[in-house]
Structure formats: structure tokens, C-alpha cells
Design a protein around this ligand. Structure first.
Ligand code: HEC
Ligand code: HEC
Ligand code: HEC
Ligand code: HEC
Ligand code: HEC
Length: 217
């Protein structure tokens, strides 16, 4: 059978194929880096909020517990954001005549809730649940960082799949005692975490959940 292509076209084909593959992999590689880069996943930058609400002032300086405002974090999938009424329990009395807290009074008068911008937002196809994490010894700061030092909340972790799965594979690395340690965002892991971790994993019956259906249902 006669050759349809001259031998040289074979080389041209190979070279251009290599070119396509190289092009595709660099584009994908760059796209991947952009996707995982901090400016797309917006780690480390706080979004604008309708009120400059400071966790540093309210949590660290004033000592208010997370659960006073995020009331359902231990019992539901959702941590929840405080209603205007919660702010008013203090701000009808204190700091009640300054510009900074005016949007609270506006919201209270109009009955329209304050439109906070979400800092953390998983895609709809991912299932997440706060209460199980809290009840199995995962502290707020393991995922959210030291919020009590943040004048405005920003994301410290990407929330991408590898990040979730890493901890699901090795929960002993980040587990802590239930109770106050969970809500202490300045918590530091003890020097003996290598012994304490596996011990708590056993005590709290923590499983390593890596099946796809755990998070995609
Ligand atoms: C006095 C009320 C109050 C207390 C106490 C409080 N928060 Fe908040 N929290 C808020 C408000 C209001 C927002 C929404 C504005 C924002 O994102 O900064 C918020 C937002 C957050 C967010 C970002 C939510 C998102 O949009 O993804 C995290 C994480 C968070 N809080 C964690 C904590 C932790 C951890 C504690 C305890 C150490 C705590 N908060 C204590 C009122 C409070
Ligand atoms: C348990 C009491 C308490 C609650 C509840 C509370 N605050 Fe405050 N807030 C304070 C105190 C005390 C200060 C002033 C002292 C300080 O700066 O620590 C303050 C100060 C502020 C300020 C002035 C700027 C600043 O950070 O110093 C803003 C704005 C503010 N609060 C917003 C809010 C909002 C919004 C809510 C509801 C999500 C809220 N607060 C709930 C006690 C409270
Ligand atoms: C295992 C990681 C993890 C832990 C531990 C954790 N969170 Fe979250 N948190 C998340 C993720 C992921 C989201 C985003 C959820 C979404 O978009 O559906 C989130 C969202 C939030 C929000 C926004 C409102 C909501 O419910 O979605 C608040 C407020 C919050 N977390 C507070 C807390 C507090 C307070 C604690 C500790 C008591 C805590 N979180 C512990 C991962 C965690
Ligand atoms: C710091 C460690 C840690 C991180 C980070 C983490 N998880 Fe978990 N997760 C756990 C532990 C521990 C459990 C409980 C395992 C068990 O049931 O014993 C759990 C359980 C779950 C469950 C099971 C809930 C149920 O009701 O069955 C889901 C869903 C889940 N995680 C989703 C996520 C997602 C999505 C992310 C990332 C956005 C994430 N987790 C990040 C530690 C973590
Ligand atoms: C512990 C939770 C968790 C488990 C287990 C998990 N995923 Fe995911 N997955 C996520 C989160 C969070 C995202 C969204 C963030 C991102 O894009 O990484 C995601 C995104 C995805 C996407 C969207 C594409 C992408 O990467 O952006 C696919 C496809 C996917 N997961 C498939 C799987 C398969 C297949 C498994 C089982 C081998 C699995 N996941 C197990 C949490 C999980």
C-alpha cells in the first residue's frame, strides 16, 4: 500500500502533537496555579462588610464566647450569624450614639437584617456540617485560624478538597479536647500531640472519612 504521508510529515505530526500536549499541560498547569492561588481563593484578604465588626474587640478584648453569636455551631450543620437583636442586647446601651454602630440601629428600625458578606462559601455540591466537627474535637481555629486577632474575618485556609481530605486522613494531628479548647482560637497544640492525638481519636471514636459520598451526596 502506498504511503499516504511522506516520512517527514510523521515528524511534523509528532512535533506538533508534542506542542499541543506541552501547550495543554502548561495552560492547565497555569490554570491550576491560578485556581489554587490565594487571589482566586481569597485566602488572607477580608471582604468588605456593611459594618466593620471586629472579632478582635468582641472576642479577645471583651471576652464574648463564639456561641453567643454563632448559636447553632454545636447543634447544626450551620454555625449561623447573629441577628440584629443580638447586637442590640449591648448596643442599645453602649456605643449607641456613634457612626460605627449606626447600621445596627438602622437595621433594628427597618427590620431588615444586616447583609453580611460571606467569607467562607463552599460550592453547593459539597456537604459540610459544623456540629460533627465540634463534637469530634475539631476547634474553630483548626479551620478558621485565630479569629480573635482579626479586626475583619478573612479566610486562612483554601477550603479545597485536598485540605479537607488531609485532615480526614489524619484527624489525630489536629484533634483537641472537647470544651473550652474548641472555642479558644489562640489554642496552641501541646508538645505531646503525637500521643494525645491518637488517644483522643480513640476516646471520641473518630473515624477517617475519605469516601466521596461523605462530602458529595
Ligand atoms: C458579638 C458577636 C460575635 C462573636 C462573639 C463571634 N462572632 Fe464570628 N461573626 C460575627 C459576625 C457579625 C460575623 C459576620 C461578619 C464577618 O464576617 O466578619 C461573623 C463572622 C464569622 C466568621 C466568618 C463567617 C463567614 O462569612 O464565612 C467566622 C469564621 C467566625 N465569625 C468565627 C467566630 C469564632 C471562632 C468566634 C469565637 C472565637 C466568633 N466568631 C465570635 C459575630 C460574632
Ligand atoms: C456582649 C456585648 C456586645 C455585643 C453582643 C455586641 N457588641 Fe459591639 N461592642 C461591644 C463593646 C463593649 C464595644 C466597645 C469596646 C471595644 O472596642 O472593645 C463594642 C464596639 C462595637 C463597634 C465599634 C468599633 C469597635 O469594634 O470598637 C462596632 C461597630 C460594634 N461593636 C458592632 C457590633 C455588632 C455588629 C454586633 C452584633 C453582631 C455587636 N457589636 C455585638 C459589646 C458588644
Ligand atoms: C472542620 C473545619 C471547620 C471547623 C472546625 C469550624 N468551621 Fe466554621 N466553617 C467551615 C466551613 C468549610 C465553612 C463554610 C461552609 C459553607 O460554605 O457551607 C464555615 C462557615 C462558618 C461560618 C459562616 C456561617 C455558616 O454557618 O456557614 C461561621 C460563622 C463559622 N464557620 C463559625 C465557626 C465557629 C464559631 C467554629 C467553632 C465553634 C467553627 N466555625 C468551626 C469550616 C469549619
Ligand atoms: C481539622 C480537621 C478537619 C478538616 C479540615 C475537615 N474535616 Fe470534616 N471531619 C473531621 C472529623 C474529625 C470528622 C468526624 C469523623 C467521625 O465521624 O468520626 C469529620 C466529618 C465530616 C463529615 C461527616 C458529617 C456527617 O454527618 O457524617 C463531613 C461531611 C465533613 N467532615 C466534611 C468536610 C469538608 C467538606 C471539609 C472541607 C471543607 C472538611 N470536612 C474539613 C475533620 C476535619
Ligand atoms: C472531606 C470532604 C471531601 C471528600 C471526602 C471528597 N471531596 Fe471532592 N470536593 C470537596 C470540596 C470541598 C470540593 C470543592 C473545593 C475544590 O474545588 O477543591 C470538592 C470538589 C470536587 C470536585 C470538583 C472538581 C474540582 O476539583 O474542583 C470533584 C470532581 C470531586 N470533588 C470529586 C471527588 C471524588 C471522586 C471523591 C472521592 C474519591 C471526593 N471528591 C471526595 C470535598 C471532598
Amino acid at each position: 500500500m502506498a504511503q499516504l504521508f511522506r516520512p517527514s510529515s510523521n515528524t511534523i505530526f509528532k512535533v506538533s502533537l508534542a506542542g499541543v500536549v506541552l501547550f495543554a499541560s502548561t495552560t492547565l498547569g497555569v490554570a491550576y496555579m491560578i485556581d489554587r492561588g490565594s487571589w482566586i481563593t481569597s485566602v488572607q484578604s477580608a471582604p468588605e462588610q456593611p459594618i466593620a465588626f471586629s472579632h478582635k474587640h468582641h472576642v479577645k478584648d471583651d471576652g464574648i464566647d463564639c456561641r453567643y453569636c454563632h448559636t447553632s455551631v454545636e447543634t447544626s450543620h450551620f454555625a449561623g450569624l447573629p441577628a440584629t437583636e443580638t447586637c442590640m442586647s449591648c448596643h442599645s446601651q453602649i456605643w449607641n450614639n456613634v457612626e460605627a454602630t449606626q447600621p445596627i440601629r438602622d437595621s433594628w428600625a427597618s427590620g431588615k437584617s444586616i447583609a453580611w458578606t460571606k467569607v467562607h462559601n463552599l460550592p453547593d455540591y459539597v456537604y459540610f456540617n459544623h456540629s460533627i466537627h465540634i463534637n469530634k474535637g475539631m476547634g474553630c481555629s483548626a479551620c478558621h485560624g485565630n479569629v480573635s486577632e482579626m479586626p475583619l474575618v478573612y479566610k486562612v485556609n483554601t477550603l479545597n478538597m485536598n485540605w479537607c481530605v488531609d485532615c480526614h486522613r489524619h484527624p489525630e494531628r489536629l484533634i483537641r479536647r472537647r470544651g473550652a479548647d474548641i472555642f479558644n482560637t489562640a489554642y496552641e497544640y501541646p508538645a505531646n500531640q503525637a500521643e494525645l492525638g491518637p488517644q483522643l481519636v480513640k476516646e471520641y471514636h473518630v473515624q477517617s472519612l475519605t469516601d466521596c459520598v461523605t462530602c458529595h451526596r
